[in-house]
Ligand binder design. Structure first.
Ligand SMILES: [Zn+2]
Length: 313
């Protein structure tokens, strides 16, 4: 993982404040609904612990090995899709050996909430008396699916949604290898951050959404250029094509009108607020299975009516 220098310290400080580097627990459980974020935090924090300078220096032996994913002191599970009893046997064997290059050996177990009860029970035996040189970093989306006995033996770390500036850091393409493969424009990034409500994995999903730009353009056209009832049917057709992404489209449309709200005249404000309320209602009605064709027609007519009544350009 390559970090831009000035951003690196911000991320390290942030993770240290979440984990307390000076007060490490031998069993840590990271919980949030965002698997990407959980795994990113688990991996990055492991690399901070293993680094000789505790700052992802990039030049010490552990850092170099982390980069090429060849550090024997950092092991990651599940080996296959779901954590199972064979993984636990592997961990037991692995934990007999001391770390080779750092003070600790780190065992990351991702998505423990998907593991079988047998595997969780077997893991419990090690967590009851973890070897002094091992640090467990376990991640989960849903703590209700983890044995209570495991939970009680771990230090729980609940990740919170990120603020906008931290989101930008996490998503900065200098940050994450997976992001380097995705090319996106600044506008898309802004929108993805707004829509994802602080969860970087969700923002990544939006960024990889092939027709995000398409949806944004459609939302912009409706907000800025839609002015005649003659256009209703063509817009309705384009929106219907969004199908299962209808709710995402509504969020984009709402965010365009919210941008307008900041630069409109006091008189037009009421019209824009009405439109935002219409979009909100549309989203609720869609969730309660109302016919989507009627919903879209009503929404477009409502938008046009308010544009006309409040002289919105
Ligand atoms: Zn280092």
């Amino acid at each position: 993982m390559e970090f831009a220098d000035n951003n690196k310290n911000l991320i390290i400080n942030y993770l240290n404040s979440v984990f307390c580097l000076n007060n490490l627990s031998h069993a840590n459980l990271i919980i949030s609904p965002d698997s990407f974020y959980n795994q990113f935090v688990a991996k990055t924090f492991s690399e901070i612990i293993l680094c000789k300078n505790n700052n992802l220096c990039g030049i010490c032996k552990p850092c170099l090995m982390n980069k090429s994913e060849t550090n024997p002191d950092l092991v990651k599970y599940p080996r296959q899709t779901i954590f199972n009893t064979l993984d636990v046997t592997d961990i037991i064997n692995n934990s007999l050996e001391s770390p080779l290059y750092s003070e600790f050996k780190i065992v990351i177990i991702n998505n423990i909430d998907q593991a079988t009860i047998q595997a969780q029970n077997k893991l419990l035996k090690i967590l009851e008396e973890p070897p002094k040189h091992i640090i467990f970093i376990i991640t989960a989306n849903n703590e209700n699916k983890i044995l209570q006995t495991i939970i009680s033996r771990t230090r729980k770390i609940y990740l919170k949604p990120l603020k906008k500036d931290m989101m930008q850091l996490f998503l900065d393409k200098n940050y994450n290898d997976s992001l380097n493969k995705i090319s996106y424009v600044k506008d898309d990034l802004e929108n993805a951050i707004t829509l994802s409500e602080g969860w970087p994995g969700k923002a990544l999903l939006y960024l990889t959404e092939e027709d995000l730009s398409d949806s944004i353009n459609l939302a912009k056209t409706i907000a800025y250029s839609f002015s005649s009832s003659k256009d209703i049917s063509s817009f309705a057709f384009a929106i219907i094509n969004k199908k299962e992404k209808f709710n995402l489209f509504l969020k984009l449309l709402q965010s365009e009108f919210e941008k307008l709200l900041h630069k409109c005249s006091p008189n037009s404000r009421i019209g824009i607020c009405n439109i935002i309320e219409l979009i909100n209602n549309c989203s609720h009605l869609y969730d309660s299975n109302i016919n989507i064709n009627i919903l879209i027609d009503n929404l477009l007519m409502g938008i046009l009516e308010n544009k006309y009544n409040y002289n919105l350009k």
